[in-house]
Design a binder for this molecule. Structure first.
Ligand SMILES: [Fe+2]
Ligand SMILES: [Fe+2]
Length: 491
C-alpha cells in the first residue's frame, strides 16, 4: 500500500515511492528506493520536504514502526562544541555542522559543503559563536585543522590560497578591472571578430585570437559552452565600444541562419547586451543614458523569461569564474523576475521589481574594488564599509526622477531580514516590502551559488536547503515559491 507519511517519521527500511518535488532528483539519483541510512532521511529534511509517499508492500510501514518504538528512548548523541573562529571561510567542511536551538542540536551545514562567507555572516547575525560537531567526528576536525594550517596563516593576513601575497591580490584586481568576461557562445567558427580575445588562467591573461581574425574551427572554439574545460573568454575594457558595435551587427542579421549554433549565438547576444547595459549602469549610475539602456535590458530579460517560463534560468544565467557586481546584478534581476512571475505580479510591478533588482548593488560602485574582490575575509572595519553600499546606492539614485519609489525598494531592503537582523535599517516583519522579501532571498542565493576563483559554490539544491535553515530571516511563502520555481526549471 502506498501511504503518505511525514518525513520526521521515516525510518531505515521504509521504501520511498514518491517525492512531490521533481528537483529532488538532485540529492538522489532516483526518487524510488529503500531508505538504508539516517543520512538519506536527513537529506530529505534538509530539503524542507515535510511529507513523502512510501510503499508499505516493499518496505517498512513506519506508522506501525512508530507505535512499537513509542516507549523507546531516542538515541542520545554526543556533541562537541567549538568556536566558529576555528572554521575557515571558503574551506570545505568534512563534518556535519550543528547549531543549538532551544536545547536541540540542528544540522546547519552538511559535510562536504563550503564554509561560505555567507554562512559565516549568517552565524554572526544569529550571534552564534559556538557550533557543534558529532563527538565521533573529532578526528575529522583535527585533520581539517592540520590540513588548513597554512590557509589559516594566510587568512590572518587577509590573504587566501592562490593569493599568497599582496602583489598577487593587486594583480588580480587589475585583471578584474581591465577585462570583461564575454559569452563563449558568441564566437562561432567562421565569424570575424573585431577585438582581441583573451583567456585567463590563474589571473594571467593570454591572447587567444587577434582582432580582425576569423574564429577558427578548433577545440578552443568549437565546443561552445558544452566543452568540459573551463572556458573564460575576455575582452579588454577599452574594446567595449567596438564589441558593442560588433554585437549590433550580429543581431542585425549576420547570424540569421537556423543552425543550433546560430540560435545559441542569438541568446548569447541578448545576454551580452544585458551585461554591457548593466556594466554601464554600475559605472555611471547617475547617467540618464545608462538608466535608459538598463530599462531596455530589463525589458529583454522580462520578455525572455515570459517566453521561456520553464527554461529561463539555463538561458539567462551568466556563469563567470570571478565576481563582477554587474553579473551578480543581472542574475539577481533574472531570478527576481522569475520569482515575481510565480508570485503573480502584474507586468508594471514586475518591471519595477526587475529594474530595482538590476540596480540593487549600485552603491558598490563606491566601495573600493579591492574590498569587493578581497580573497580573504574582510576585517570588521572593512565589513562596515562594504555595508554602506546600501545607503550610498540610495544617495546615488534618490534624486533620479526617472525611477519610481518602488523601484528603489530592492536596493533599500535587500539586506533587511524578517527578524530584524538585517541592515541598514534593521526593518522587521511587515516593514519589509514584498520586493525586499524577494530580493533578500534571491541576493543571497546568487551569492551562494556563484563560483569565484577562490571560492567553492553551493549547488542549487544545497543553497536552497541551507537557506531553509535560516527560516526566521525570510518570508516563508516567498521562499516556498522560490524553491518551487527553481524546481520547475528544466536543466
Ligand atoms: Fe548588496
Ligand atoms: Fe547583491
Amino acid at each position: 500500500m502506498i501511504i503518505k507519511v511525514p518525513v520526521r517519521k521515516l525510518k531505515i527500511g521504509a521504501y520511498l515511492e514518491k517525492i512531490d518535488q521533481s528537483w529532488l532528483s538532485t540529492p538522489f539519483l532516483s526518487n524510488r528506493f529503500e531508505i538504508t541510512s539516517e543520512k538519506q532521511i536527513q537529506k530529505l529534511k534538509d530539503s524542507g520536504i515535510t511529507e513523502v509517499y512510501i510503499d508499505t508492500g516493499k518496505g517498512l510501514d513506519v506508522s506501525i514502526e512508530e507505535q512499537s518504538l513509542a516507549t523507546e528512548e531516542s538515541p542520545c548523541r554526543e556533541y562537541l562544541g567549538l568556536s566558529t573562529d576555528r572554521l575557515l571561510v571558503n574551506t570545505i567542511l568534512p563534518f556535519d555542522l550543528y547549531i543549538k536551538d532551544s536545547g536541540d542540536y540542528i544540522l546547519y551545514l552538511r559535510n562536504g559543503l563550503p564554509f561560505h562567507l555567507e554562512v559565516h555572516y549568517k552565524l554572526e547575525s544569529k550571534r552564534v559563536n559556538t557550533v557543534y560537531i558529532a563527538q565521533e567526528d573529532k578526528g575529522l576536525l583535527e585533520k581539517y585543522e592540520k590540513d588548513h594550517e597554512e590557509d589559516r596563516r594566510l587568512s590572518q593576513q587577509g590573504l587566501a590560497p592562490g593569493f599568497e601575497s599582496q602583489e598577487k591580490v593587486r594583480q588580480y584586481n587589475d585583471y578584474l578591472n581591465n577585462y570583461m568576461p564575454v559569452e563563449p557562445g558568441i564566437f562561432i567558427p567562421g565569424l570575424k571578430i573585431p577585438v582581441n580575445l583573451y583567456s585567463e588562467k590563474e589571473t594571467a591573461v593570454r591572447l587567444v585570437l587577434n582582432a580582425e581574425a576569423i574564429v577558427p574551427e578548433n577545440e578552443v572554439f568549437s565546443n561552445g559552452t558544452n566543452g568540459s574545460a573551463r572556458r573564460n573568454f575576455l575582452i579588454h575594457v577599452n574594446d567595449m565600444g567596438r564589441y558593442k558595435n560588433f554585437l549590433k551587427e550580429l543581431a542585425s542579421g549576420k547570424i540569421s541562419d537556423n543552425s543550433e549554433k546560430a540560435s545559441k549565438a542569438r541568446a548569447a547576444v541578448i545576454k551580452e547586451n544585458t551585461k554591457l547595459a548593466a556594466k554601464d549602469l554600475l559605472d555611471n549610475p547617475r547617467s540618464g543614458e545608462a538608466i535608459k539602456g538598463a530599462k531596455g535590458a530589463v525589458s529583454g530579460i522580462m520578455e525572455t523569461i515570459l517566453e521561456n517560463p520553464s527554461s529561463f534560468l539555463g538561458l539567462m544565467k551568466i556563469n563567470s569564474y570571478d565576481y563582477y557586481t554587474y553579473i551578480h546584478s543581472i542574475n539577481v534581476c533574472t531570478l527576481s523576475v522569475g520569482l515575481g512571475i510565480s508570485l503573480g505580479l502584474h507586468k508594471n510591478e514586475l518591471f519595477s521589481l526587475s529594474m530595482g533588482a538590476l540596480m540593487h548593488d549600485v552603491g558598490k560602485s563606491k566601495v573600493p574594488s579591492n574590498l569587493i574582490n578581497k580573497p580573504g575575509k574582510l576585517t570588521d572595519e572593512e565589513f562596515v564599509l562594504v555595508k554602506k553600499h546600501v545607503l550610498w546606492g540610495e544617495d546615488l539614485l534618490r534624486a533620479n526622477g526617472d525611477l519610481s519609489k518602488t523601484t528603489l525598494i530592492p536596493l533599500l531592503q535587500h539586506h533587511e531580514k524578517l527578524n530584524g537582523a538585517g541592515y541598514p535599517r534593521k526593518l522587521e516583519g511587515d516593514k519589509i516590502h514584498l520586493f525586499g522579501r524577494i530580493s533578500s532571498i534571491v541576493d543571497v542565493y546568487d551569492a551562494l551559488t556563484t563560483e569565484r576563483s577562490y571560492k567553492k559554490a553551493f549547488k542549487p539544491f544545497d543553497a536552497a536547503a541551507f537557506l531553509s535553515k535560516n527560516k526566521e530571516e525570510y518570508d516563508q511563502e516567498v521562499f516556498r515559491r522560490f524553491v518551487k520555481m527553481l524546481g520547475s526549471q528544466k536543466t
